[in-house]
Design a protein around this ligand. Structure first.
Ligand code: ACM
Ligand code: ZN
Length: 674
């Protein structure tokens, strides 16, 4: 066993190593991810032993690194790794160098972020087990000199804790794993139609009403599942302060989002007076009041917002506070006498201008606290949004680029590339309104190819992934690793898109580093990442002659004929929501083969909406006498045919599903392959 060499104090000056034998291009072999700028293998190796210790004069880093190494607060005979901050390094923010020599390892950051990112690269030089903590094994690291800095200053990941509440510990884990990928911003989507998740001391009613959903008589109804029970939660201010501190140690800024003026159903349930005084249209929403847009002309609204932001800025020290601005349903403004009067008085010609008028008032509030606004891209559509806003481009195609063309600082997070709630192949759970988003698709994003001019590219502050959680509520119980599955390895691709300059980003090289090295690291980090396409159920899909019937009035009666002809895999939409007693029946010309497996789906095929929230499945040998064969779970059921079956009927046992419609689907019938 070799013993560690004593590192002399002088070495802290980080004299750049001049290699005798320079081996270039070793980064691929090391599997570093994201790919660093410059790596020179300098020959020889450093031998790490169980006695080796780490020294850093930075207390925060010392505390962080104690989870991984034996940290000592002085330099001594066992010191083998030194981590420091050296502002005189000639590197951009978050830049760092690493020198590995036979006598030890030096990590030096130009600032705290640089040192932290250097530490992440250092960990990747060790075997993956280093992430399991208290690494005390023997290993060797090739001698090298590495210089690195990020291409973009904003490398973010969004997390929607509004649609589905995630426990506080999950937030910490989320941050920890992002930080290992040099992601430096957590965009925390704290409120939306489906939940208000942040304690506001001066307005406890916001969480009393807005943090809970579902169940009999609750003001906020369920949309994506758990119809029968009340569920939810919120974070205390103390928890959010803990999160901010935990993230800061990990070089992550938490940017909170209060989504305004749309997506505000949760707060509107506690304060209906914030909405425009207009007649609600309950027929289109199956009796649910979904009015969710703040009245722009109601002056008291800004006083309530002042109360909220005054507390928010005390919790979150971020330079930017995200104030939403997406998907505003402007119909109520058109009908509101006060909003239309304001619109006219201001000479506006587009309701996006009224939206920016509202947001600019919120910007004034933020300005009083020295903060800047971040917004979703539609907020800039009116042309009158304050230019201090940072715009988050989420829509597809050119829409997300427009703000950068107009001179706004822009974070790019376009759905078809960076929305990690999209599914990763055709046949697995997840949304697909922005298409299938594979790791490769995310990785391959290039600004120039997306039509960003040179000037617009200069306005891109960075990239972010998004994780919206409508579907988390139905996966949580059945699939506790759904967050990991949706995020990894897509976050690995995002990390490199944000960190590594475009010319050096090559998919084949990334893939080999990912598969050859990084997946093993994810495993050691305890991340349940997606391991390729999920296995498909066994058996051969058959389309026996069938007639599909239902008690539901269909939007287009011809759709049922298409379902019967196995010619509509998307589903057919009913004109109204479900009622107790509604039924869907599949009547087969011949009894189904014994042992056939039948998957029954109500609602969308991959997304739990527009369904029968509960129901019973019945089978019949003659189409007249039915007997019970199971119950629906989240609108679905799977039957194995073990009795003569000519007809399968799904009978709804709930009235209302949160949507003004039901989707009727074909069943999927599988038989054993011959
Ligand atoms: C968004 O996805 N509505 C920002
Ligand atoms: Zn109004």
């Amino acid at each position: 066993m070799k013993s560690s060499k004593v590192l002399i104090l002088l070495a802290l000056a980080l004299v750049v190593c001049v290699p005798d034998a320079v081996a270039k291009g070793g980064a691929g072999d090391l599997g570093l991810l994201p790919l660093p700028r410059e790596v020179e293998l300098t020959g020889g190796e450093f031998c790490y032993t169980p006695e080796a210790t780490l020294y850093t004069p930075n207390d925060t880093l010392a505390h962080y690194l104690a989870d991984y190494f034996e940290v000592q607060n002085t330099i001594g005979p066992s010191t083998a790794i030194m981590v420091g901050i050296n502002p005189s390094l000639d590197l951009p923010a978050e830049g760092y160098t690493i020198d590995v020599r036979p006598e030890g390892v030096w990590v030096s950051g130009v600032d705290y972020g640089g040192a932290f990112c250097g530490v992440q690269t250092l960990l990747q030089l060790f075997p993956p087990e280093v992430y399991e903590g208290a690494f005390r094994s023997e290993c060797t690291i090739p001698c090298l000199h590495l210089t690195d800095w990020p291409e973009y200053s904003y490398r973010g990941m969004h997390f929607d804790v509004a649609r589905t509440f995630s426990p506080f510990e999950e937030l910490l884990r989320y941050v920890d794993n992002l930080s290992r990928h040099k992601i430096n911003t957590l965009h925390l989507h704290l409120v939306d139609d489906e939940g208000w998740r942040i304690e506001i001391l001066s307005h406890p009613e916001l969480t009393e009403v807005g943090a809970w959903r579902g169940g009999e008589g609750n003001p906020l109804h369920s949309v994506y599942g758990r119809w029968g029970e009340r569920y939810g939660g919120y974070y205390t201010q103390e928890q959010m302060r803990q999160l901010v501190a935990y993230a800061a140690v990990r070089n992550i800024v938490v940017v909170p989002e209060i989504d305004l003026p749309g997506h505000s159903l949760a707060i509107a349930k506690a304060h209906p007076e914030i909405l425009c005084p207009v007649e609600k249209d309950l027929t289109r929403t199956a009796g649910y009041d979904t009015s969710n847009v703040w009245c722009v002309a109601r002056e008291e609204n800004y006083a309530l917002l002042e109360d909220i932001f005054a507390e928010l800025v005390e919790i979150f020290p971020s330079e930017y506070i995200h104030i939403g601005g997406d998907e505003v349903q402007m119909g109520s403004w058109r009908k509101c006498p006060h909003c239309s009067a304001l619109y006219k008085a201001q000479g506006y010609t587009d309701y996006h201008q009224l939206e920016a008028h509202f947001l600019n008032r919120v910007v004034e509030i933020l300005g009083r606290y020295g903060r800047k606004p971040a917004v979703w891209n539609e907020a800039a559509n009116g042309g009158n949004l304050t230019t201090t806003a940072r715009v988050h481009g989420w829509e597809a195609g050119r829409k997300a680029a427009r703000s950068a063309e107009r001179g706004f600082r822009t974070v790019f997070m376009s759905g078809p590339y960076f929305y990690f709630d999209m599914r990763q192949s055709d046949d697995e759970p997840g949304h697909n309104w922005a298409g299938v988003v594979t790791t490769q698709k995310c990785y391959s994003y290039r600004l120039a190819e997306q039509g960003f001019s040179k000037a617009a590219q200069a306005n891109v502050e960075g990239f972010s992934g998004a994780f919206w959680t409508e579907l988390l509520v139905v996966h949580g119980e059945q699939n506790p690793h759904y967050i990991d599955y949706q995020l990894y390895p897509r976050v690995c691709a995002l990390a490199e898109v944000g960190w590594t300059d475009e010319p050096r980003r090559q998919w084949g090289d990334f893939e080999s580093r990912l598969e050859g090295h990084h997946l093993a690291r994810l495993e050691s980090m305890g991340i349940h990442y997606r391991q390729g396409e999920p296995p498909q159920p066994e058996g051969k899909v058959v389309c026996p002659k069938m007639e599909c019937r239902t008690s539901l009035p269909m939007r287009n009666e011809g759709d049922l004929a298409k379902l019967s002809a196995w010619a509509n895999d998307y589903g057919a939409r009913a004109k109204r929501t479900c009622r107790e007693g509604d039924w869907i029946e599949y009547r087969f010309a011949e009894p189904l083969p014994m042992g056939a497996v039948v998957e029954l789906t109500t609602g969308y095929r991959h997304v739990t909406r527009g369904l029968f929230p509960s129901g019973v499945v019945e089978v019949s040998g003659d189409g007249a006498d039915f007997s019970s064969a199971g119950t629906l779970y989240n609108g679905r059921a799977t039957l194995t045919i073990d009795t003569s079956t000519k007809s399968i009927r799904i009978r709804c046992t709930t009235t209302g599903n949160g949507d003004p419609y039901v989707f009727v689907q074909q069943p999927v019938v599988r038989v054993e392959k011959l």
